[in-house]
Design a protein around this ligand. Sequence first.
Ligand SMILES: O=C(O)CCC(=O)C(=O)O
Length: 354
Amino acid sequence: MAAATAVEADPTAADGGAGFSELHGAGWTESQLRKYPFQTRAIPRLSHTDPRAELLINKEEPVVLTDTNLVYPALKWDVNYLEENIGNGDFSVYIAEKHKFLYYDEKKMSNFENFVPKSRREDMKFSEFVEKMHEAQVGGEQRVYLQQTLNDTVGKKIVVDFLGFNWNWINKQQSKRNWGPLTSNLLLIGMEGNVTPAHYDEQQNFFAQIRGHKRCILFPPDQFDCLYPYPVHHPCDRQSQVDFENPDYDKFPNFKNVVGYETVVGPGDVLYIPMYWWHHIESLLNGGVTITVNFWYKGAPTPKRIEYPLKAHQKVAIMRNIEKMLGEALGDPHEVGPLLNMMIKGRYDEQALS
Ligand SMILES: O=C(O)CCC(=O)C(=O)O
């Protein structure tokens, strides 16, 4: 895809790379991308053997690796193959009226009793999911998105495919960066046009695209103040409150300053999504079903000697801990916001203090 050529000159340069809108790819067109009111730059697309790719991963910056063969045996997967071979386990399927599948943590729902999720999760057999997807494809009211951790209920052929993944390459990636264990592989099967709104995860992620194309827009952790995450105790913790399609600039004025990094991944591509990087992911419009498997790893342990100034993601971790500690100390998550506001309002304005 042309995205590669635009950044080949120096993909690791901070100011390198073309604006994403100047680029177009193989297998998809600009018209399949939703429109958003912010600028983006292209995420570099590189061979896994290119030393610049290693540099980017070392710096915890995103890169698309085009030739890892990470999920090579799965490139034959489609909905029919999976229906025949994935087994009789239960699959977690989100169902929504609209295209946006905003994640929420069911365990935190009791903290915010008035919260009404816009999607619901149901456990079902794979065949039921396929049926629901077909209904939706012929104009049904509801969209579906399967998001299930791969487990030992899968059939033999899927196990064989899984064992044929390029574990040699990915295990080396993990060990040379001292990452913790692989925590899970999430299988995602989405309908065209489905959107996972912007959020960050507290894990390292190799995101392997298997079928169809997904547009991935990433933002670095230092754009925290532009993306307005929900409070930590809210079910939508780690998700941005900003509706990218209709941003409320009165409530979220810094969203005007957000600048993304963007790519479209297709079968065989692996996107490195660094821990704490925001990511918005959409299955292309009119692009058919998408299949992805991600590889989530715990991050490296905190180094013994802390280096200052702290990095943006370390500050995000501190902010999360402060919110959690206050929630516990106050005994009520609803008191966290008022206390934080009382602490800072009218007190920490640098100009007034000077
Ligand atoms: O592919 C998607 O829709 C979301 C995946 C995601 O958020 C992740 O892998 O962390």
